[in-house]
Design a protein around this ligand. Structure first.
Ligand code: DX5
Ligand code: ZN
Length: 214
């Protein structure tokens, strides 16, 4: 079953509750947290996640694009995240492992995320304890960028690692996912598709979500 995770980065932040309700037929709500250091952009922080938690029952898939994410795991977990993704490039391996430990203590699901430059094999030290791996198909930082087709190889490799070491782990793809690229990423092994512009840029949002499911 393919799951769809609309990214509220493409929503109207002045009408966030309205725009969240528009994607209620999706599976997860993808929340992009950016700190202006790990990526050039600044977006959403803990208080916003807290407010989102109060206005929807959707599962909150929180993508942390921040330096040294272990510092913020507990706060986002308390704010209502259902899953947290930390980037493998955002800290030393020992601190990434610590971020996963804190997630475990807080009872949230655990994911690691890979920038396009990072090899699939970088997930190996963590794979047995992960609920999800997030493969970026754009450089993180902004919505509306073009899909990087060369990332299909990384998706295939991560799928092989998951199948071998932790088949229950989900494989999420984020960046430039559209009705055109969705079949490519699902064929490569992804089962959770993040989509910002393809969902919120559509006049028929439930239809766009159905189209992405394939
Ligand atoms: C980019 C974010 C994405 C972004 C995707 O750094 O992680 O979640 O919202 O947007 P689209 O689907 O427009 O590429
Ligand atoms: Zn994202």
């Amino acid at each position: 079953m393919i799951k769809i995770a609309p990214s509220i980065l493409s929503a109207d932040f002045a009408n966030l509750e309205r725009d969240i309700k528009k994607v209620s037929s999706a599976d997860y709500l993808h929340v992009d947290v950016m700190d202006g250091a790990f990526v050039p952009n600044i977006t959403i922080g803990v208080p916003v996640v807290q407010s989102i938690r109060r206005c929807t029952d959707m599962f909150l898939d929180v993508h942390l694009m921040v330096e040294k994410p272990a510092r913020y795991v507990e706060a986002f977990a308390r704010a209502g995240a259902g899953l947290l993704s930390v980037h493998l490039e955002a800290d030393h391996p020992v601190r990434i492992a610590e971020a996963l430990n804190i997630m475990e203590d807080c009872g949230v699901k655990k994911a690691v995320a890979l920038r396009p430059i990072t090899k699939a094999e970088a997930v190996l030290p963590y794979i047995d304890r992960l609920d999800m791996v997030l493969v970026m198909t754009v450089e993180p930082g902004f919505g509306g960028q073009a899909f990087m087709e060369e990332q299909l190889d990384t998706i295939r490799r991560v799928r092989a690692i998951i199948d071998r070491y932790n088949p229950a782990c989900e494989l999420e793809v984020d960046g430039g996912v559209s009705p055109k690229t969705a079949p490519l990423v699902t064929q490569a092994g992804a089962n959770v598709l993040v989509a910002g512009s393809a969902v919120y840029g559509s006049a028929d949002i439930p239809g766009a979500i159905r189209a992405l499911r394939g």
